[in-house]
Design a protein around this ligand. Structure first.
Ligand code: ZN
Length: 409
């Protein structure tokens, strides 16, 4: 077996594991059973779940789970794998505008003068929030100011990661009730942290799932939700444009959730046009706090790759000199933190690889910013059985936490 093995089920006895294996063998899905000997020979029966593990290749997880969920082994499958049969993640995977609104109210009550809540109102009537945490008794010039944002409605793990870190900074615990690893008082005394957890609430609210865990949609279907289905080609996603006008193009129906409507006729992809709420809010907040660094959070499907996360530097040439060197060191620190957490990152940060039209969008919208401040982006695996909700949240959380720690003296 050449790619990584993932534990998909835990059984109380080797017998149950073998029954599951027979099911998988009959469909040519290779698997490995681990932990069997100790269980059966020393303590037959009576052991808690988790004694015998069934592992398959990462690339076979979705198929194996689909096979086993219809057999007696279904009840022993790892609930984090996501297959429509998993636990309800909505108490801690917070990614919808409603979930954000509820938390903003709660945090506003809990955090007192350590949280400033700014927002602008999008054309759709949604609030796009900038949540700023700091010890405001400490003057700005004695602190590092860091911006965190996400532009893409189909990448909810980015929001969930930000929500989890904000919860830690407000309550000292994450959304699953575990204590934070951050020294919150030190963080707030030495930094000013602004989060825009949902850059395009209109798009996010139109998403068909809370978390893309690979159970309900293929990648092609996800991409048709993202940009809309091409009216000229069924089953294929539409164009990727920075700004478009319904009077000038034949549009998908429904319109892809990646786009934000900015007036009666026009739509933008948020991170490719300064007319988006995502960019307008940044410039508004930057006018107040003059950020030194911006972590932009993204997800991608890692098709034909055994990686599940990577760090992106600006398109080659946009950041130079000391700024690029710092971008690179910062990205490397996140890659290392991901490796330490057991994820499978690309070993080094890489330049965003766009050419042609997409590169031109980025040069125009991001070029001046890259010459002034440090900006890097995460990419965490989306829409796969081996990228469950907890992984998506935690991988973004590790990147955010490492970015904050980088600034502490
Ligand atoms: Zn993205």
């Amino acid at each position: 077996m050449h790619d990584d093995l993932i534990t998909i089920a835990r059984f109380e006895s080797g017998m149950e594991a073998h029954e599951a294996r027979i099911e998988l063998d009959s469909r040519d899905i290779e698997c490995v059973i681990a932990g069997e000997t100790a269980t059966d020979s020393v303590l037959p029966g009576g052991l808690g779940a988790g004694s015998v593990e069934l592992l398959v290749r990462a690339s076979d997880v979705a198929r194996a789970v689909e096979v086993l969920r219809h057999t007696p082994a279904g009840r022993d499958l790892d609930p984090d794998l996501g297959t429509g049969m998993d636990e309800d993640v909505s108490p801690w995977f917070l990614a919808t505008p409603e979930q954000l609104e509820a938390k903003v109210r709660e945090w506003g009550d809990l955090a007192g003068d350590r949280l400033f809540i700014d927002h602008l109102t999008s054309y759709s009537g949604d609030h796009v929030y900038a949540l700023t945490l700091s010890d405001f008794d400490v003057p700005r010039e004695q602190k590092h100011a860091h911006y965190f944002a996400q532009p893409h409605a189909h990448e909810p793990g980015t929001t969930a990661g930000m929500m989890d870190v904000i919860e830690q900074l407000v309550t000292g615990k994450n959304l699953r009730g575990e204590p934070t690893s951050l020294d919150v008082d030190q963080v707030l005394a030495q930094t000013l942290l602004t989060f825009n957890p949902i850059g395009n609430p209109q798009g996010r609210a139109a998403a068909p799932v809370l978390c893309w865990d690979g159970a309900d949609y293929t990648n092609d279907e996800l991409w048709c939700w993202m940009r809309g289905e091409d009216p000229a080609m069924a089953g294929k996603m539409w164009q990727r444009l920075d700004l478009w006008d319904t009077r000038e193009v034949t549009t998908p129906d429904p319109i892809g959730i990646v786009y934000e409507q900015i007036d009666e006729f026009r739509y933008v992809e948020p991170n490719r046009s300064h007319l988006s709420s995502y960019f307008k809010l940044f410039f508004q907040m930057d006018g107040m706090y003059a950020y030194e660094c911006w972590l932009d959070l993204h997800q991608t499907e890692f098709v034909n790759s055994d990686r599940n996360c990577m760090m992106l530097l600006p398109i080659e040439g946009l950041a130079t000199g000391d700024i690029l060197a710092t971008d690179r060191a910062w990205g490397q620190a996140i890659c290392n933190a991901w490796s330490a957490a057991g994820y499978r990152p690309a070993p080094q940060p890489e330049h965003l690889g766009y050419t042609g039209t997409q590169a031109n969008y980025f040069r125009r919208t991001w070029g001046p910013l890259h010459q002034r401040m440090n900006i890097v982006s995460t990419e965490v695996k989306n829409n796969a059985a081996d990228a469950p909700a907890a992984f998506q949240l935690d991988a973004q959380g590790v990147a955010i936490t490492r970015s904050i720690e980088r600034l502490l003296g």
